[in-house]
Design a protein around this ligand. Sequence first.
Ligand SMILES: [Cu+2]
Length: 305
Amino acid sequence: MIGSSGQSVLTPHSGPEHSITTLWWVMFGVACVGFTIVAVLLLLGWIRRNRAALPFGGTERAATRLVIGLGIATPLVLLTALFIWSDVFVIRTTAAPSPSSTRLEVHVVGHQWWWSLGYGGTTTANELHIPVRTRVDVTGTSADVIHSFWIPELNRKADLIPGRTNSLLLYADRAGTYPGQCAEFCGQQHAHMQLVVVAQPRAKFQQWLHGEQQPAAHWLPLFAKKGCANCHEIRGTPADAHVGPDLTHVASRELLASGTIPNDRAHLRAWLQDPQNVKPGTKMPNLPLSPRDLDALVSYLESLK
Ligand SMILES: [Cu+2]
Protein backbone atom coordinates (compact mmCIF):
# COMPACT_ATOMS: atom_id res chain seq x y z
CA MET A 1 0.00 0.00 0.00
CA ILE A 2 1.26 3.48 -0.82
CA GLY A 3 3.14 5.15 2.02
CA SER A 4 2.64 2.18 4.25
CA SER A 5 4.98 1.01 6.96
CA GLY A 6 5.83 -2.60 7.59
CA GLN A 7 5.05 -4.86 10.49
CA SER A 8 8.29 -4.53 12.44
CA VAL A 9 8.06 -4.17 16.21
CA LEU A 10 11.53 -2.60 16.02
CA THR A 11 10.32 0.49 14.12
CA PRO A 12 7.86 1.98 16.62
CA HIS A 13 5.48 4.79 15.69
CA SER A 14 3.85 5.42 19.06
CA GLY A 15 4.81 5.92 22.70
CA PRO A 16 3.70 2.45 23.83
CA GLU A 17 5.49 0.77 20.96
CA HIS A 18 8.65 2.74 21.85
CA SER A 19 8.56 1.31 25.37
CA ILE A 20 7.99 -2.19 23.96
CA THR A 21 10.90 -1.79 21.54
CA THR A 22 13.22 -0.57 24.32
CA LEU A 23 12.18 -3.53 26.44
CA TRP A 24 12.88 -5.84 23.51
CA TRP A 25 16.42 -4.48 23.02
CA VAL A 26 17.21 -4.67 26.75
CA MET A 27 15.95 -8.27 26.94
CA PHE A 28 17.98 -9.09 23.86
CA GLY A 29 21.08 -7.48 25.40
CA VAL A 30 20.63 -9.33 28.71
CA ALA A 31 20.14 -12.60 26.85
CA CYS A 32 23.35 -11.97 24.86
CA VAL A 33 25.36 -11.31 28.03
CA GLY A 34 23.89 -14.41 29.69
CA PHE A 35 24.66 -16.52 26.66
CA THR A 36 28.25 -15.24 26.54
CA ILE A 37 28.85 -16.01 30.23
CA VAL A 38 27.49 -19.54 29.86
CA ALA A 39 29.51 -20.11 26.70
CA VAL A 40 32.74 -18.87 28.37
CA LEU A 41 32.16 -21.08 31.42
CA LEU A 42 31.53 -24.09 29.21
CA LEU A 43 34.71 -23.33 27.30
CA LEU A 44 36.68 -22.97 30.55
CA GLY A 45 35.33 -26.28 31.77
CA TRP A 46 36.26 -27.94 28.53
CA ILE A 47 39.81 -26.53 28.54
CA ARG A 48 40.38 -27.57 32.15
CA ARG A 49 38.59 -30.90 32.01
CA ASN A 50 41.76 -32.95 32.33
CA ARG A 51 43.18 -31.06 35.27
CA ALA A 52 42.18 -31.90 38.77
CA ALA A 53 42.15 -28.31 40.08
CA LEU A 54 38.91 -26.29 40.19
CA PRO A 55 38.77 -22.67 38.98
CA PHE A 56 38.08 -19.60 41.17
CA GLY A 57 40.18 -20.47 44.21
CA GLY A 58 39.99 -24.14 43.57
CA THR A 59 37.91 -25.30 46.52
CA GLU A 60 34.65 -27.23 46.31
CA ARG A 61 32.98 -24.46 48.32
CA ALA A 62 33.99 -21.71 45.93
CA ALA A 63 32.54 -23.76 43.08
CA THR A 64 29.25 -24.22 44.94
CA ARG A 65 29.06 -20.49 45.62
CA LEU A 66 29.61 -19.82 41.95
CA VAL A 67 26.78 -22.16 40.97
CA ILE A 68 24.40 -20.58 43.47
CA GLY A 69 25.41 -17.05 42.49
CA LEU A 70 25.36 -17.36 38.73
CA GLY A 71 22.92 -20.22 38.41
CA ILE A 72 20.19 -19.18 40.86
CA ALA A 73 20.64 -15.68 42.31
CA THR A 74 21.53 -13.81 39.11
CA PRO A 75 18.68 -15.24 36.96
CA LEU A 76 16.22 -14.71 39.82
CA VAL A 77 17.15 -11.03 40.21
CA LEU A 78 17.32 -10.39 36.45
CA LEU A 79 14.05 -12.12 35.61
CA THR A 80 12.24 -10.43 38.50
CA ALA A 81 13.51 -7.04 37.36
CA LEU A 82 12.46 -7.70 33.74
CA PHE A 83 9.08 -9.00 34.89
CA ILE A 84 8.38 -5.90 36.98
CA TRP A 85 9.53 -3.62 34.20
CA SER A 86 7.42 -5.29 31.50
CA ASP A 87 4.33 -6.46 33.36
CA VAL A 88 4.03 -3.50 35.69
CA PHE A 89 5.51 -0.50 33.89
CA VAL A 90 5.54 -1.11 30.12
CA ILE A 91 2.08 -2.63 30.17
CA ARG A 92 0.71 0.55 31.71
CA THR A 93 1.82 2.59 28.72
CA THR A 94 -0.06 0.23 26.39
CA ALA A 95 -3.39 0.28 28.25
CA ALA A 96 -6.49 1.96 26.87
CA PRO A 97 -6.94 5.58 27.99
CA SER A 98 -9.37 6.25 30.81
CA PRO A 99 -12.87 7.03 29.50
CA SER A 100 -12.66 10.69 30.55
CA SER A 101 -9.56 11.32 28.45
CA THR A 102 -10.76 9.39 25.40
CA ARG A 103 -11.83 11.37 22.40
CA LEU A 104 -12.65 8.39 20.26
CA GLU A 105 -13.63 4.77 20.83
CA VAL A 106 -13.55 2.10 18.15
CA HIS A 107 -15.19 -1.25 18.76
CA VAL A 108 -13.48 -4.13 16.94
CA VAL A 109 -15.16 -7.50 16.45
CA GLY A 110 -13.08 -10.35 15.04
CA HIS A 111 -14.84 -12.70 12.62
CA GLN A 112 -13.54 -15.66 10.63
CA TRP A 113 -11.79 -14.00 8.68
CA TRP A 114 -12.38 -10.29 8.72
CA TRP A 115 -12.81 -7.34 11.12
CA SER A 116 -15.92 -5.38 11.91
CA LEU A 117 -15.17 -1.84 13.12
CA GLY A 118 -17.75 0.21 15.01
CA TYR A 119 -17.62 3.99 15.43
CA GLY A 120 -20.60 4.68 17.64
CA GLY A 121 -23.57 3.71 15.50
CA THR A 122 -21.54 3.45 12.30
CA THR A 123 -20.02 0.16 11.24
CA THR A 124 -17.36 -0.44 8.64
CA ALA A 125 -14.79 -3.19 8.05
CA ASN A 126 -11.09 -3.97 7.72
CA GLU A 127 -9.83 -0.37 7.36
CA LEU A 128 -9.48 1.34 10.72
CA HIS A 129 -9.19 5.12 10.42
CA ILE A 130 -7.92 7.18 13.36
CA PRO A 131 -6.88 10.80 13.78
CA VAL A 132 -3.11 11.14 14.10
CA ARG A 133 -1.61 11.96 17.54
CA THR A 134 -4.87 11.13 19.30
CA ARG A 135 -5.37 8.58 22.04
CA VAL A 136 -7.98 6.16 20.71
CA ASP A 137 -9.60 3.52 22.88
CA VAL A 138 -9.96 0.24 20.99
CA THR A 139 -12.34 -2.22 22.63
CA GLY A 140 -12.58 -5.66 21.12
CA THR A 141 -14.34 -8.98 21.21
CA SER A 142 -15.01 -11.90 18.88
CA ALA A 143 -18.08 -13.23 17.10
CA ASP A 144 -16.75 -16.78 16.86
CA VAL A 145 -13.32 -18.15 17.86
CA ILE A 146 -10.43 -16.35 19.60
CA HIS A 147 -8.65 -13.78 17.42
CA SER A 148 -5.97 -11.26 18.30
CA PHE A 149 -5.79 -7.64 17.20
CA TRP A 150 -2.22 -6.60 16.44
CA ILE A 151 -0.75 -3.50 14.78
CA PRO A 152 2.97 -4.26 15.32
CA GLU A 153 4.23 -0.67 14.89
CA LEU A 154 1.63 0.86 17.20
CA ASN A 155 1.09 -1.38 20.20
CA ARG A 156 1.08 -4.89 21.68
CA LYS A 157 -1.55 -7.50 20.82
CA ALA A 158 -5.04 -7.58 22.31
CA ASP A 159 -6.80 -10.94 22.29
CA LEU A 160 -10.39 -10.87 21.04
CA ILE A 161 -12.24 -13.44 23.11
CA PRO A 162 -15.91 -14.47 22.70
CA GLY A 163 -18.04 -13.10 25.55
CA ARG A 164 -15.29 -10.82 26.84
CA THR A 165 -14.22 -7.29 26.03
CA ASN A 166 -10.55 -6.32 26.03
CA SER A 167 -9.19 -2.87 25.37
CA LEU A 168 -6.04 -1.26 24.13
CA LEU A 169 -4.64 2.18 23.38
CA LEU A 170 -4.26 3.00 19.69
CA TYR A 171 -2.04 5.97 18.92
CA ALA A 172 0.05 6.94 15.90
CA ASP A 173 2.62 9.73 16.11
CA ARG A 174 2.67 10.39 12.37
CA ALA A 175 0.16 10.10 9.54
CA GLY A 176 0.37 6.96 7.43
CA THR A 177 -0.94 3.44 7.05
CA TYR A 178 0.02 0.72 9.49
CA PRO A 179 -0.68 -2.89 8.54
CA GLY A 180 -2.06 -5.23 11.16
CA GLN A 181 -2.73 -8.91 11.39
CA CYS A 182 -4.76 -11.41 13.35
CA ALA A 183 -2.18 -12.79 15.76
CA GLU A 184 -4.02 -15.84 17.09
CA PHE A 185 -4.49 -18.83 14.81
CA CYS A 186 -8.19 -18.87 14.00
CA GLY A 187 -8.67 -21.35 11.17
CA GLN A 188 -7.99 -21.88 7.50
CA GLN A 189 -7.79 -18.23 6.42
CA HIS A 190 -6.02 -16.87 9.51
CA ALA A 191 -3.17 -15.57 7.33
CA HIS A 192 -5.68 -13.60 5.23
CA MET A 193 -7.15 -11.87 8.25
CA GLN A 194 -5.34 -8.59 7.86
CA LEU A 195 -6.38 -5.06 8.54
CA VAL A 196 -4.90 -1.66 8.06
CA VAL A 197 -4.84 1.37 10.35
CA VAL A 198 -5.01 4.67 8.47
CA ALA A 199 -3.81 7.52 10.68
CA GLN A 200 -4.75 10.87 9.21
CA PRO A 201 -4.89 14.57 10.19
CA ARG A 202 -7.92 15.32 12.34
CA ALA A 203 -9.82 17.27 9.65
CA LYS A 204 -9.35 14.49 7.10
CA PHE A 205 -10.41 11.90 9.64
CA GLN A 206 -13.58 13.86 10.45
CA GLN A 207 -14.32 14.09 6.75
CA TRP A 208 -13.89 10.32 6.39
CA LEU A 209 -16.09 9.60 9.41
CA HIS A 210 -18.76 11.95 8.14
CA GLY A 211 -18.72 10.12 4.80
CA GLU A 212 -19.01 6.72 6.50
CA GLN A 213 -21.97 7.92 8.55
CA GLN A 214 -24.01 8.68 5.42
CA PRO A 215 -26.42 6.01 4.17
CA ALA A 216 -25.87 4.52 0.73
CA ALA A 217 -26.86 6.73 -2.18
CA HIS A 218 -29.03 4.15 -3.90
CA TRP A 219 -30.32 0.60 -3.95
CA LEU A 220 -30.17 -2.29 -6.38
CA PRO A 221 -32.96 -4.86 -5.82
CA LEU A 222 -30.77 -7.54 -7.46
CA PHE A 223 -28.62 -7.41 -4.31
CA ALA A 224 -31.53 -8.84 -2.31
CA LYS A 225 -32.76 -11.10 -5.10
CA LYS A 226 -29.39 -12.88 -5.31
CA GLY A 227 -29.25 -13.45 -1.56
CA CYS A 228 -26.50 -10.94 -0.75
CA ALA A 229 -28.84 -9.10 1.62
CA ASN A 230 -29.06 -12.22 3.82
CA CYS A 231 -25.53 -11.54 5.00
CA HIS A 232 -24.61 -7.93 4.30
CA GLU A 233 -25.76 -4.53 5.45
CA ILE A 234 -25.97 -1.50 3.20
CA ARG A 235 -27.26 1.26 5.45
CA GLY A 236 -30.26 3.13 4.14
CA THR A 237 -31.42 0.15 2.05
CA PRO A 238 -33.40 -3.05 2.79
CA ALA A 239 -30.07 -4.94 3.23
CA ASP A 240 -29.68 -5.20 6.98
CA ALA A 241 -27.77 -8.38 7.88
CA HIS A 242 -24.49 -8.71 9.78
CA VAL A 243 -22.99 -12.05 8.79
CA GLY A 244 -20.46 -10.41 6.45
CA PRO A 245 -18.80 -6.98 6.30
CA ASP A 246 -20.88 -3.81 6.07
CA LEU A 247 -20.86 -2.72 2.41
CA THR A 248 -22.39 0.78 2.74
CA HIS A 249 -19.14 2.39 1.54
CA VAL A 250 -17.24 -0.66 0.31
CA ALA A 251 -15.87 1.21 -2.72
CA SER A 252 -13.95 3.60 -0.44
CA ARG A 253 -11.76 0.79 0.92
CA GLU A 254 -8.36 0.03 -0.65
CA LEU A 255 -8.48 -3.73 -0.19
CA LEU A 256 -11.09 -6.48 -0.20
CA ALA A 257 -11.58 -9.65 1.82
CA SER A 258 -9.45 -8.46 4.74
CA GLY A 259 -6.35 -7.53 2.78
CA THR A 260 -6.50 -10.47 0.37
CA ILE A 261 -7.04 -8.60 -2.93
CA PRO A 262 -6.99 -4.99 -4.19
CA ASN A 263 -10.35 -3.28 -4.47
CA ASP A 264 -10.73 -2.72 -8.20
CA ARG A 265 -13.30 -3.77 -10.76
CA ALA A 266 -11.50 -6.91 -11.96
CA HIS A 267 -10.76 -8.25 -8.48
CA LEU A 268 -14.24 -7.43 -7.21
CA ARG A 269 -15.75 -9.33 -10.12
CA ALA A 270 -13.48 -12.32 -9.51
CA TRP A 271 -14.47 -12.24 -5.82
CA LEU A 272 -18.21 -12.24 -6.50
CA GLN A 273 -17.87 -14.92 -9.14
CA ASP A 274 -15.81 -17.33 -7.04
CA PRO A 275 -14.98 -16.22 -3.49
CA GLN A 276 -13.98 -19.77 -2.59
CA ASN A 277 -11.23 -19.62 -5.18
CA VAL A 278 -9.91 -16.24 -4.01
CA LYS A 279 -10.03 -17.15 -0.32
CA PRO A 280 -10.68 -20.89 0.11
CA GLY A 281 -12.92 -21.62 3.07
CA THR A 282 -14.25 -18.06 3.36
CA LYS A 283 -17.71 -17.78 4.93
CA MET A 284 -19.00 -16.13 1.76
CA PRO A 285 -20.44 -18.89 -0.44
CA ASN A 286 -20.22 -19.11 -4.22
CA LEU A 287 -23.55 -17.97 -5.63
CA PRO A 288 -24.85 -18.70 -9.13
CA LEU A 289 -24.51 -15.36 -10.93
CA SER A 290 -24.80 -14.78 -14.66
CA PRO A 291 -22.27 -12.45 -16.35
CA ARG A 292 -25.03 -9.82 -16.46
CA ASP A 293 -25.75 -10.19 -12.73
CA LEU A 294 -22.04 -9.90 -12.06
CA ASP A 295 -21.68 -6.72 -14.09
CA ALA A 296 -24.68 -5.15 -12.42
CA LEU A 297 -23.52 -6.07 -8.91
CA VAL A 298 -19.95 -4.89 -9.55
CA SER A 299 -21.18 -1.55 -10.92
CA TYR A 300 -23.50 -1.14 -7.96
CA LEU A 301 -20.81 -1.94 -5.36
CA GLU A 302 -18.30 0.31 -7.14
CA SER A 303 -20.76 3.19 -6.79
CA LEU A 304 -20.85 2.78 -2.99
CA LYS A 305 -18.16 5.31 -2.22
CU1 LIG B 1 -8.33 -14.36 13.45
